[in-house]
Design a binder for this molecule. Structure first.
Ligand code: FMN
Length: 211
């Protein structure tokens, strides 16, 4: 039975563009896979703890020598490894916060990346397609004044490909704050077009996975 791992990290529900686009991806994927299962990990509604000493050390201690804290921390990590490994496809909502990803998503990455398991010479989920929806209030595309401030796609491309071995693709709705930020008023129509394209891309990319 095919599995989609659907991760959201925007703390907003109704107004979130990344959630709207990741939901469109999910709906298109489900239409292609009526027998499929979706694992929805909502990192805003149910934040993961920061990876701490127990969670880091547990993987290097034999099971019968782990403290209760280490055992609990590793059980959580194991759940996250398994969710990723079970997935035939992944969609991640990753809004830009202060030029990079929300800390809730970074916490997921810190838990789920383990050398010798999900990362290293033979990453356990290698080759899994992952579509990242990176909404942002402004624009950081090639030639824009803030191009060099973009640490969402640049970072995620490196970590998802270089560490987890996933097959990464991005959808980037831009200027999401154009309608509320007077400084971006001239980009209101650009924002609408960017969101419409993002929704269309989400549907197309999800459908393409079925082929
Ligand atoms: C804490 C915070 C930091 C943000 N930092 C940036 C930023 O650095 N650059 C940017 O273009 N937009 C920034 N934004 C705007 C968001 O990227 C934008 O609202 C985006 O649509 C959020 O995704 P969402 O609609 O899925 O919640 C920030 C928003 C918040 C709340």
């Amino acid at each position: 039975m095919p599995v989609l791992l659907h991760i959201d990290s925007s703390p907003f529900a109704e107004s979130s563009v990344s959630r709207e686009v990741s939901a469109a991806f999910r709906a298109a994927w489900q239409a292609q896979h009526p027998d499929g299962t979706v694992i929805h990990r909502d990192l805003a509604a149910e934040p993961l703890p920061h990876l701490d000493a127990a969670g880091i050390s547990a993987a290097f201690v034999p099971a019968d020598q782990r403290s209760p804290e280490q055992a609990a921390a590793l059980a959580l990590r194991e759940q996250l490894f398994t969710e990723l490994e079970q997935a035939d496809a992944v969609v991640i909502g990753a809004p830009m916060y202060n030029f990079t990803i929300p800390s809730s998503l970074k916490a997921w990455l810190d838990h789920v990346i383990l050398m010798g398991r999900t990362a290293g010479d033979a990453p356990s989920a290698a080759g899994t397609p992952v579509t990242v929806v990176s909404s942002r209030g402004g624009s950081y595309g090639p030639g824009t004044p803030r191009e060099s401030f973009e640490f969402v796609t640049t970072y995620l491309e490196k970590v998802l490909t270089g560490m987890l071995g996933l097959d990464v693709d991005f959808i980037v709705p831009e200027f999401t704050l154009a309608s509320v930020n007077p400084a971006l008023a001239e980009f209101v129509e650009t924002a609408k077009a960017s969101k419409a394209k993002a929704l269309q891309d989400a549907e197309q990319k999800a459908k393409a996975l079925a082929v």
